[in-house]
Design a protein around this ligand. Sequence first.
Ligand code: DP6
Length: 352
Amino acid sequence: MDGKIVTAVGTPNKALIMYWGNRNTQLNLPFNSSLSITLGGDLQAKTSVVFSKSFKEDVIYFNGERIVLNGKAEGKMAALKLVLDQMRKMAGTTSKVLVVSKNSFPTGTGMASSAAGAVAFVYAASEALGLSLDTAQKSILARNISGSACRSLDGGFVMWHKGSNPDGSDSYAEQVADHRHWSEIIDMIAIVSEKQKKVSSTEGHKRTSSTSVLFKARVPYADAAVQAIRESILQKDFDSLAEITMQDSNNLQATMLDSWPPIVYLNSTSHEIIEAIHELNEREGRYVAAYTFDAGPNAHIITRTRDKAKVKEALSGINGIKQLIEVPQGDGPKILDESESLIDPETLKPVA
Ligand code: DP6
């Protein structure tokens, strides 16, 4: 185990029924279950990990920036440190770690990569420590770093069971159908802003669940929507998938606006996109596409490959769209070959 370099790759996911609000903030235990599509293509985070008795401290190189994981680590890095300690305990070692992580997200798109990074880290670290963990166990570890990351542990369509145990042992992700089941489904991401979000998801989860009156109605609604959309996926029923997806997006944005102080992630271009998709669906007399937004103004347009030209055409007149990226479904995290390592095996330092 000591000195074994393991490299893994992880990808992000886009929720169709979203996670927003925690019943336990420390463990990222959500109020409602959620369901997502694992994304593939070029959106990848690659992470190499090595544990060694020769290291004096835990260090992570994150897109070239050197961060020491000590008591001063904050936010996601502090959460990562806790997961690291937990994994070391499971493996019965005290060796320090070197983590080198890079993502190949299109630059300047402002797209979040934390789920992809968290999942690649958990995948590589559990292998490097010789832990034989199943997907559910790994998804619990990833969840502790970033809630939505737990859904990136598998490919295709993935559901995160909210669970009910106070220790989170039954709050994990499970595959509904793999990426081959309905491979025609793609995500066309319309990049409208490159800026970092004004309110972090972590702050947003707290603010909405503690101040929004509408949020109380959202929780049972979202749980029912997860069950309904699961059926749409299994039946390959695009009409219901599209309708449920757009309704969940609007429902979530409504609870954000109902938070105090209000949280507004969408901008005028996002609203133009919403209108263009409704017009397209109306013109065609069927559901061609569905929009869904996260904690930001970039639109995810869920459609089928047969209709992508129609979507492009419908969005072509919107000046605020900076880039349209076509993303297929991903098949989940992978361990990569030694030749892909970001750590030099001779020096145990990041490769130049
Ligand atoms: C809107 O997983 O980013 O994307 O647990 O604080 O890391 P933390 O939050 P995060 O929240 C994701 C919110 C969302 C919806 C979703 O992905 O389900």
